[in-house]
Design a protein. Structure first.
Length: 191
């Protein structure tokens, strides 16, 4: 943890020098504040969305519709978190198709220059920009619905850059089966 303005801040777990708007497949997990069950419940191994969960679903569907160069391979809303498998495409003809219709790019990491890293802003059409917007919009709408001003999301999120077909397949399977495996999920607990 680093000290900034006499307060400790959590260090970023983002891959240093990686351009998170670059062409790649990203596995994203966003968790609710204190892992509270805010979006519904698991019944018979299926997720049943409550009104808050329906807000999350509606905003995700809007995000999918407006991001033309992004492909949402798989996603799931759980009682206290969401998983997304997102591909950013830049119309590169050198892609490898998988049986899930995913384009995996097995190229070396695309690194930003040091001058780009020194700027403290979210790059448009980046994963961090998407997460910040989704968190902000859903928090506003859920707080309006509940007449509350509570914090909905943890301040950070988990990301993983998918680098091969095997990893892609495992993540697809994990997301698809997340509701069935809810009882053994490590996120299924209050901190």
């Amino acid at each position: 943890m680093t000290l900034f303005n006499n307060k400790y801040q959590t260090d970023s777990n983002r891959l240093k020098n990686w351009d998170y708007s670059s062409e790649a497949i990203y596995f994203i997990t966003m968790v609710t504040q204190n892992r509270e069950w805010l979006f519904g419940a698991i019944n018979d191994h299926k997720m049943e969305l409550n009104p808050n969960g329906k807000i999350i679903e509606k905003e995700l569907l809007r995000s999918i519709k407006i991001r033309e160069n992004w492909f949402f391979h798989n996603w799931v809303i759980m009682p206290n978190h969401i998983h997304l498998l997102i591909e950013i495409k830049n119309d590169n003809p050198n892609t490898v198709e998988t049986h899930c219709s995913a384009s995996l790019h097995c190229t070396s990491l695309q690194l930003e220059s040091e001058s780009q890293l020194s700027k403290l802003f979210r790059k448009p059409n980046s994963i961090s920009s998407f997460v910040a917007i989704l968190k902000s919009v859903t928090t506003q709408k859920i707080n309006l619905l509940t007449a509350d001003s509570s914090k909905i999301w943890q301040s950070n999120y988990h990301d993983h850059i998918v680098r091969n077909h095997d990893s892609f397949d495992k993540i697809c399977h994990y997301i698809k089966n997340n509701p069935k495996n809810w009882n053994t999920d490590s996120i299924n607990s209050i901190l």
